[in-house]
Design a protein around this ligand. Structure first.
Ligand code: AMP
Ligand code: MN
Length: 271
């Protein structure tokens, strides 16, 4: 799940409340490039009697594509991880200025200041905040159009994040005691050959777990990645990728993992 510490709409406490209401008994907070919400989430989960796992979703770049690597059960005090995240947060700020310049060339004045109004963690600005601003200003008649025409990969105001490669992020997570997970592999719209290259690179880097059921997958992605996990012996993970109500799926409603696969929580020492 994502909270107000990156580009989600809800506080860690609200997320735990919604998870509890949905009967979820194992949760992770995986904010984009930020771990400051983990302490609050842990405390709230403890009170609610829900098993909590730390997390972070690291933005990496590969062959012109933004690939997300989730780190589960990371040590949030790990120095290298914290230093890296501070660096990405600075890069995000510079990138937001670049994006904003491009949006202004498209005729949208005051983009940086506009997006800032939607930022809930002053250290973490995301494309989502630009999309929210553009939608509320009625520059686009549908939120998704902000990505499809301007902010999405290859569009006019797109600027990628370049701090981390896949091998770097996987190693960083492992060094911080965590488990690297290839997030929503169906969302990158790769053809079979490129997808296989991505899986090979992830495995060669030390990755063993892929996300299979997620709010970010289309229905057809689930059997596809279930089969890939079976054939290529990946362990599997699941998550709602919850950011806000009304899009993707509600917390805990992303669908079950196939019972014959090894779920990531075998590493969490659940009792
Ligand atoms: P950023 O971390 O700033 O690159 O922005 C990532 C956020 O943008 C994530 O929450 C994604 O869900 C969202 N996002 C990225 N690409 C798209 C897209 N094509 N359509 C809708 N949302 C997207
Ligand atoms: Mn993601």
């Amino acid at each position: 799940m994502h909270s107000v510490f990156s580009d989600g709409d809800h506080t860690p406490e609200e997320l735990v409340g919604m998870a509890a209401a949905n009967g979820v008994n194992l949760i992770a907070l995986t904010d984009h490039d930020d771990i400051e919400g983990l302490g609050r989430m842990r405390a709230a989960a403890h009170k609610a009697g829900i098993f909590f796992v730390t997390g972070v979703e690291i933005s990496t770049h590969w062959a012109g594509c933004g690939i997300h690597i989730v780190g589960l059960a990371v040590d949030e005090n790990n120095r290298e991880l914290n230093d890296f995240l501070n660096g990405v947060q600075k890069e995000r700020e510079e990138r937001a200025h670049k994006s904003s310049g491009k949006l202004e060339e498209c005729g949208f004045q005051g983009a940086f200041e506009g997006a800032q109004k939607y930022v809930t963690n002053p250290k973490l600005i995301s494309r989502t905040h630009f999309a929210n601003w553009m939608y509320d200003q009625k520059y686009v008649n549908n939120w998704q159009v902000a990505f499809d025409k301007y902010l999405g990969k290859g569009q006019r105001a797109y600027v990628g994040l370049e701090s981390a490669t896949i091998p770097f992020a996987v190693e960083l997570i492992v060094k911080a005691g965590g488990i690297p997970v290839l997030a929503h592999p169906g969302r990158y719209r790769l053809d079979d050959l490129r997808l296989q290259e991505l899986m090979n690179l992830f495995r060669d880097s030390g990755g063993r777990t892929i996300e299979v059921t997620t709010g970010s997958h289309a229905p057809a992605d689930v059997p596809k990645f279930t089969e890939i996990a079976r054939r290529q012996h990946f362990e599997v993970s699941t998550g709602s990728d919850f950011h806000r109500l009304g899009i993707r799926c509600q917390i805990g409603r992303q669908g079950e993992l196939a019972r014959d696969l090894v779920p990531v929580w075998t590493h969490f020492g659940l009792s």
